[in-house]
Design a protein around this ligand. Structure first.
Ligand code: 13P
Length: 288
């Protein structure tokens, strides 16, 4: 059964490790991540962006697929199904469809509107026993080929949003989605420290987990990060392994064109990436 991310993240924050939130795109992604979490006895969050939700035919399809997998793959570790960067409408649709967690990304609204909408969704999630993530200070990333620097959140605004009763809080600390540019300034630990001082036990969320050096990840965890989002890195591993298979001409040997064969190396590559991340985040064995 899907669970809220609340308990797993509170445990992670108290135990100084982080739970990985891995974005899924299809059956192979979900299966690879769930099997790895089970094998490593790690709690896990399956994240679904609105675009990926659409791609997978809608949120109800996602809920049906993931619930079926939990049962038929006999998954025993805690699993949350989480909307990533949800709009207000998307958040409501996921609550309706049976997700166990949502992120409402109101970071592009002014703080008053972010507060009002977050507050309403916090109330609905509390009633349903779901977790909710809010964001302050938007996460940068590639837009039309231009890579923007990550915005740095105002710790006082973080405190204001945390006090609304959200389960976890994403705060921009110079992190960005996708690959980091060579001249990236790194994470602002000063900001993270100030945010944690004001928000106390609140589990903090680090977006843009792809490509952040291990020492920075560990430092971020030591300063209160308990959920780390990883998306691009699984995509890169999947693409590289699939390319290798095709370039070696394996799809043209025997039944190598069978999608169950053709997608296997990519699926295994996602597993390896997820394993590596869970080891770095320290979540291995935490579901035992
Ligand atoms: P990356 O694609 O950089 O790993 O970021 C993932 C993320 O933060 C999803 O919300």
């Amino acid at each position: 059964m899907l669970v809220s991310a609340k308990e797993m993240l509170q445990k992670a924050k108290a135990g100084k490790y982080a739970v990985g939130a891995f974005n899924i795109n299809n059956l192979e992604w979900a299966k690879a991540i769930l099997l790895t979490a089970e094998e490593l006895k790690s709690p896990v969050i399956l994240a679904v962006s609105e675009g990926a939700g659409k791609y997978m035919c809608g949120y109800k399809t996602v809920v049906g697929m993931v619930n079926g997998m939990l049962e038929e793959l006999k998954i025993t570790v805690p699993v949350a199904l989480h909307l990533d960067h949800g709009s207000y409408e998307g958040a409501k649709a996921c609550i309706e469809a049976g997700f166990s967690s949502i992120m409402f990304d109101g970071s592009h609204f002014d703080i008053e509107e972010n507060v009002a909408k977050t507050k309403e969704l916090v109330g609905i999630c509390a009633e349903k026993g779901m977790s909710i993530e809010a964001e302050v200070g938007s996460i940068g990333g590639e837009e039309d080929g231009v890579i923007g620097a990550g915005e740095v959140a105002d710790p006082n605004e973080c405190k204001m949003i945390a006090d609304l009763g959200v389960t976890m809080l994403a705060a921009g600390i110079g992190n960005i989605h996708g690959k980091y540019p060579a001249n990236w300034a790194g994470l602002s630990f000063e900001t993270l420290d100030a945010i944690q001082q004001l928000t106390g036990d609140m589990p903090l969320v680090l977006h843009g987990g792809t490509g952040i050096p291990t020492d920075m990840i560990k430092k971020a965890i030591s300063l209160g990060v308990a959920k780390i989002n990883v998306n691009t890195e699984c995509q890169l591993s999947f693409a590289a392994a699939t390319r290798e298979y095709i370039e070696a001409g394996k799809d043209q040997q025997g039944k190598g064109f069978d999608p169950r064969k053709l997608l296997a190396p990519g699926t295994d590559a996602i597993k390896a990436t997820v394993k590596e991340k869970m080891e770095i985040f320290g979540s291995v064995g935490k579901a035992e």
